[in-house]
Ligand binder design. Structure first.
Ligand code: ATP
Length: 274
């Protein structure tokens, strides 16, 4: 019964260098988020307002969550200072007790305001703020109204950026998409061939023995319709296939076998088998 050895911490912050195929998005975020935080005096001088909220939308697995997290790391790097990041799933805010969801929202905005500069990230915003209608329950209407007033309240508190992400932009209450609220919208598409090539390159960049550039290009050609998350799964499967090939006894004697990751060569056939 040997104690299980903990792997060395692999926690690394993903900044913009870990994102493939979304250069236009990253440039836009630089302009609308990083620039106002770094040069607030210019905005104040010309009396122009920085966007308050940004809405990321598009199919699942296309990098919306990844980019939101990387933005905080990028801001740190750019010298804005330590940026607090508050990621929340839309449904996490909702509470079955009347008034509690609104309370959760207010507490979140208060915390983010206290620790400015900060980013609030609402994943699955459509679950939290769906279109209000007569048929809709009052709970959602009241949550949306609270969110609107909290966003409007940020006008006097620069330094809090709110990002929402959704797969269903049409399901979000339109009032949230008006000027001064989530007024910048960025579409995250399924990656094209070049973007897939970029993503594959990033996903394999810290492997000691990397697949050749030519093969990654071929792989990008073969993976039409894959999103970034699919490409990540493909790389994970290829590593596992390689591991099984290199250490055939790993299933029966797993704990006794010392695996040297630096020596593992993930072959093209491992990808194709995966
Ligand atoms: P969902 O809408 O389902 O929440 P998402 O758009 O937020 O999905 P992410 O969670 O950001 O997708 O992506 C999942 C994983 O896929 C990431 O952690 C990353 O490993 C990989 N990935 C996706 N897009 C990219 C990209 N553009 N560059 C590098 N890796 C990517």
């Amino acid at each position: 019964n040997r104690p299980i050895k903990k792997p060395k911490s692999t926690k690394e912050t993903n900044d913009f260098s870990k994102i493939g195929g979304l250069n236009h998005h990253l440039r836009t975020l630089r302009e609308i988020v990083i620039f106002p935080l770094l040069h607030g005096n210019v905005f104040a001088h010309f009396k122009i307002k920085a966007p308050r909220g940004v809405l990321f939308y598009g199919p699942p697995g296309t990098g919306k969550t990844l980019v939101a997290g990387a933005l905080a790391a990028e801001l740190n790097k750019e010298g804005v200072g330590k940026v607090s990041f508050f990621p929340r799933k839309g449904a996490d805010i909702l509470d079955k007790w009347v008034g509690e969801s609104e309370k959760n929202l207010r507490a979140l905005f208060e915390k983010a305001t206290k620790s400015r500069p900060s980013i609030i990230f609402f994943d699955e915003l459509d679950g939290l703020a769906p279109i209000r209608s007569d048929k809709n329950d009052h709970v959602h209407s009241s949550v949306v109204a609270t969110l609107l007033s909290l966003l409007d309240g940020l006008d006097t508190k620069p330094g809090v950026i709110v990002i929402g992400a959704t797969n269903r932009i049409e399901a979000i209450d339109p009032a949230l998409r008006r000027k001064g609220r989530f007024d910048k919208e960025l579409y995250f598409p399924l990656p094209g061939t070049l973007a897939r090539r970029d993503i594959l390159q990033i996903l394999t960049s810290n492997w000691k023995r990397k697949p050749s550039g030519e093969f990654l290009e071929e792989l990008a050609d073969m993976t039409h319709g894959f999103c970034g998350a699919d490409l990540q799964a493909l790389c994970s499967d290829a590593v596992l296939t390689c591991l099984r090939r290199a250490y055939p006894k790993i299933d029966s004697r797993g704990a006794d076998i010392k695996v040297e990751p630096d020596l593992l060569q993930v072959e093209e056939s491992d990808f194709l088998e995966a």
